[in-house]
Design a protein around this ligand. Structure first.
Ligand code: PAF
Length: 278
């Protein structure tokens, strides 16, 4: 395994190697089994795998969130080292990626961005698209791997690649869950023991919503979910939406299109998201 802090050094070596295919797994570190699964898939499909570890400041709409985001570079590197050795890690400083101007580019993602995470975290996806485009331009991967937990992010990146005509194949990978159903997330490490014990309720509730759909309208299910979480003092529900996978637009009736139920909530200060096929 090789670790690079500067893209120039990485690219100098990459050019000498001229690998037939390069798989990129972009991360913000605090690696968990979900990330490792992406890396393993990338290893199985590419000659060289690059894992980027970079906490991207422009995608945080809240400075406290950025400050509190888990930073665990040393243990991240140990986890990657335990895998095969054709992994390169790109862990740059902000200046290596953004030069002097730490700002987002302006993109137009239309309705894909105006809902759910985009509506609740202003500017978030402009920051995500900016860093992902920069990583694609710097590292020129053949394929890039993203988890479906951030399903809206996945759709935004798919749209980015199309709009900017970036020659990379986006590979969507299923959500990896703990045994108790909680979706793996770097943010889970910020949960207290008590909050961690409560957190599986998110997936349990999503599954209950799926079970209810046989005999209830979407409106009834939404009311049930809202009431359920209102009774839970530790949890603040931000949204529960059933939306089309392709457009991310909320549906009021199931219409034969592929849909997912999306949820975002706060457990204390920790904001968590999840989704299931609906
Ligand atoms: O999903 C993430 O961890 C981040 O949003 C990403 C894609 C690495 C961009 O910073």
């Amino acid at each position: 395994m090789k670790v690079f802090n500067h893209s120039k050094e990485l690219n100098a070596l990459k050019n000498k190697l001229s690998a037939k295919s390069i798989g990129l797994v972009p991360t913000m570190g605090a690696l968990h089994k979900g990330h490792i699964t992406l890396v393993e898939k990338a290893l199985s499909e590419n000659e060289l795998v690059i894992v980027s570890i970079f906490i991207n400041p422009t995608q945080f709409n809240n400075q406290d969130d950025l400050k509190n985001y888990p930073k665990t570079l040393e243990s991240d590197l140990l986890k990657l080292k335990a895998l095969e050795n054709n992994i390169w890690v790109y862990a740059p400083e902000v200046s290596d990626v953004y030069s002097n101007s730490v700002t987002s580019k302006e993109y137009s993602f239309g309705l894909l961005e105006s809902t759910m995470e985009g509506a609740h975290r202003k500017g978030h996806f402009q920051g995500v698209a900016t860093i992902v485009q920069k990583l694609f331009e710097i590292l020129k991967p053949t394929k890039a791997y993203f988890g479906e937990k951030d399903f809206q992010q996945l759709q935004i990146i798919t749209s980015l690649v199309k709009q900017e005509q970036i020659p990379v194949k986006i590979i969507a990978c299923p959500i990896i869950r703990h045994e108790d159903g909680l979706a793996m997330s770097s943010r889970n490490t910020n949960l207290s023991d008590k909050q961690r014990a409560i957190a599986p309720i998110i997936y349990e509730t999503l599954q209950k919503a799926v079970a209810l759909k046989e005999e209830n309208s979407l409106e009834q299910i939404e009311i049930w979910i809202t009431d359920f979480f209102n009774k839970h003092p530790e949890i603040e529900l931000e949204y529960f939406t059933v939306a089309e996978e392709k457009t991310l637009q909320k549906v009021n009736h199931l219409n034969g299109e592929k849909t997912r139920a999306f949820i975002a909530l706060k457990l204390g200060d920790v904001r968590l998201i999840d989704n299931v096929k609906f």
